[in-house]
Design a protein around this ligand. Structure first.
Ligand code: ADP
Length: 403
């Protein structure tokens, strides 16, 4: 078999997700193979491998990430699509935090793993799992180039005025505290399609991209380069999310420590996992939130209103920062599917040249690719562009491995 496919790996703390994709094909392709290894280290594990024609599952306990990956590869081999037999062109690894070290995807060789280890304090939950995933995959596939693709690197070109906090510079510099931004692979993938949709020179386009999934972030982009983003040192900042607060006065943390006697880990857990839509309405899935609202649940309605208010706050400030905007684009699970969120986020903005076309927004024809949802008169064009972070990672990995 020719080396047409790339393997894209996303190693988390208790799961590994992966896809085998053709980096030269477009986003209409179905992954050649997709896999999920979950509940690593728990009593019952779960591995699922799916190809275009068949699937296979295993529910034995999975002791470690390396056991999980090896078993998943073994199952792929039994299905006739083993990574060792596919002659892969590259393995692309998703890495959440590239800190101020990595400004673009990099071939994993030399001191790259050591530089990644040095970043663990910035992403203590994510980066150790990524490093583990890279080492395991390199051991199993030693002859294939491995490439690290960072959620942060698209934002490394942000102006210093946007990237710095007004925190004591001595402390900020010593501990590498600045706004790094996340979901960069998605914002870049989606925003690169917009100049074509506008039929404009990419250098001239000013745009806002809204990645609204379980995690959510906004980005302001000028001439293809990020100039601001809503997430910060960590993915906790910015928009309201499934389980995260988004922006909150840091004074809340001191207050909880002093008056509720909470420890820093409890507050971390509260802000990251027990807040956002889940903390306000009891559910983090947007579809369930909508069901609760339809049933008349008042907290669910308030949670929705807080979510929309946060979104409008960022859209407004980015229009000012960019000095006007040519396009606003929605992407990810909520952005691509929640008709009401798109309508409410941009309601009553005709004075700013923004007008949603209700019929286009509804998408009754079921268009799957990028689509316009603003009226023909709307000066600012509004789009829905489906994201595909795996394909973006596969393309980077292929590009770097073949350069
Ligand atoms: P992540 O990759 O961050 O886990 P996704 O981009 O897959 O997230 O988005 C997950 C979110 O998208 C969930 O809150 C889910 O409820 C929401 N979502 C998916 N489909 C729909 C839909 N048809 N209508 C509204 N929300 C949806």
């Amino acid at each position: 078999m020719s080396n047409k496919y790339a393997l894209v790996l996303n190693s988390g703390s208790s799961s590994i997700k992966f896809q085998v994709l053709d980096p030269t094909a477009d986003s209409t392709q179905e992954p050649f193979v997709s896999g999920l290894v979950e509940r690593i280290g728990e009593k019952s594990g779960h591995i699922k491998i799916q190809t275009e024609t068949t699937k296979m599952e295993d529910t034995r306990p999975i002791l470690s990430h390396s056991v999980g990956l090896e078993r998943a590869f073994g199952m792929m081999t039994l299905l006739g699509v083993g990574p060792q037999d596919l002659d892969l062109c590259a393995v692309g690894h998703r890495v959440v935090h590239g800190g101020d070290e990595f400004h673009a995807p990099e071939l994993i060789e030399g001191d790259v793993l050591d530089r990644l280890r040095a970043l663990i304090p910035l992403a203590p939950l994510h980066n150790p799992a990524h490093i583990d995933g890279i080492e395991n995959a390199q051991a199993l596939l030693p002859d294939v180039p491995h490439v690290a693709v960072f959620d942060t690197s698209f934002f490394s070109t942000m102006p210093e005025s946007a990237a710095n906090y007004a925190l004591n510079f001595e402390v900020a510099r010593k501990y590498h505290i600045r706004r790094y931004g996340f979901h960069g692979t998605s914002h870049e993938y989606v925003s690169r399609q917009v100049p074509g949709l506008l039929n404009k020179d990419p250098e001239e386009v000013k745009q806002i991209t809204l990645h609204l999934g379980n995690g959510a972030s906004a980005a302001a982009i000028r001439g293809g380069k990020a100039v601001d983003t809503s997430m910060g040192l960590t993915p906790l900042a910015g928009l309201v999310m499934g389980t995260r607060t988004g922006d909150i006065d840091p004074g809340v943390i001191f207050h909880l420590e002093r008056s509720a006697n909470m420890k820093v880990d409890d507050i971390d857990n509260l802000l990251n996992r027990k807040s956002g839509l889940k903390g306000m309405a009891g559910v983090n899935d947007f579809r369930e939130l909508q069901t609760l609202i339809d049933e008349g649940n008042e907290d669910a309605k308030l949670a929705y209103d807080v979510y929309i208010h946060g979104l409008r706050r960022f859209i407004g400030s980015y229009m000012l920062i960019l000095g006007g905007v040519d396009a606003i684009t929605f992407t990810a699970g909520v952005g691509e599917n929640a008709v009401g969120v798109r309508k409410d986020a941009l309601a009553n903005l005709e004075a700013f040249g923004i007008e949603i076309d209700d019929q286009r927004n509804l998408n009754e024809e079921g268009i799957e690719g990028p689509r316009l949802i603003s009226t023909d008169d709307s000066k600012v064009k509004v789009f829905v562009v489906p994201t595909n972070e795996e394909l973006a990672i596969a393309r980077y990995a292929y590009e770097i491995a073949s350069s």
